[in-house]
Design a protein around this ligand. Sequence first.
Ligand SMILES: *Cc1c(COP(=O)(O)O)cnc(C)c1O
Length: 356
Amino acid sequence: MKQVHNFSAGPSILPKEVTEQAAQAILEFDNMGLSLIEISHRSKNFEKVMDEARQLVKDILGLPERYEVLFLQGGATLGFYTSAINMMKEGGKAAYVNTGVWATGAIKEAKLLGEVQVIGDSSDKNHSYIPNFEVPSDVDYLHITSNNTIFGTQYQSFPKTNVPIVCDMSSDIFSKKFNASDFAMIYAGAQKNMGPAGTVLYIVDKEQLGKTGRKLPNYMDLLNHIDKDSMSNTPPVFAVYASMLTLRWIKANGGLEGMEVRNNAKQALFYSELDRNSAFKGHAVPEARSWMNATFKLNDEASAPEFDKLWKEAGISGIAGHRSVGGYRASMYNALPIESVQVLVDVMKEFERTKG
Ligand SMILES: *Cc1c(COP(=O)(O)O)cnc(C)c1O
């Protein structure tokens, strides 16, 4: 295979050993003479995958007993509604912070269920910053999006409040140290920083569930999934397996602390070049920069063809920006090696040197 530096925003890079082991399991799983994707999800062989995946999340995050871990379907997009219907009381209200496209999606879904107070909103500056806000004390929960994948902003610290916090962590879960027990609910689509597309992780404080006074559709009732050990229906077996392999890799590489060291080095390398280089400017304000998704533009957009030629020749893939920001986006998820960031930085230097 040719060497490619994969900066894709999602689905995105996974550790090489994970894709190799996952590929092997498609051919033959657990010495069964069968493929992972042609056995019963109720077999002992698959049950132990689900058990290990759930346990790894508990271990890596150091979750207290009252937390449960689920691997469901529907992506984070269904999570917008699922999180709300499990937390919003009948006739209740919730506070949301609008920090981008995904947060906007979450707000839209929550409005189907009750009153939504948007207590902070960064849309006036195309979501280039994280707004300040005060959390009202009379809401059922606060919803935030920890990392704004499209705009390249990230909370540098989480709000302190007595109100239960629900967080969409799709694009920065397991990327650095944080206190998971500060949250009532975390949900994260696997395909940014944990595995292939097809499963969404829920981390829930059981004690916060079952208080809404609502009748919930079976698939959206997180208590149902907890009761059935995340096997209420056929789980997305391949996505769960590959996520389990990635979680093993995270644990073997120092857990959250190890990921933080790795990701901090990458972001420091990238942003110091961005700040130094006269040919580029960032989209996100420095105080809100994401370690996972760096958004940037050329000062002279007319020279894009030259820059594009350089990065393509260097084997870089996936840095075209999202249509709502333009420019470029370098996603530097856990599995991306720092060597790839160095290649990008070298290309930026080369571009600055040759463009004039
Ligand atoms: C990608 C993404 C989503 C949407 O995830 P799907 O799994 O495609 O539904 C939601 N929130 C954030 C923060 C994302 O990055």
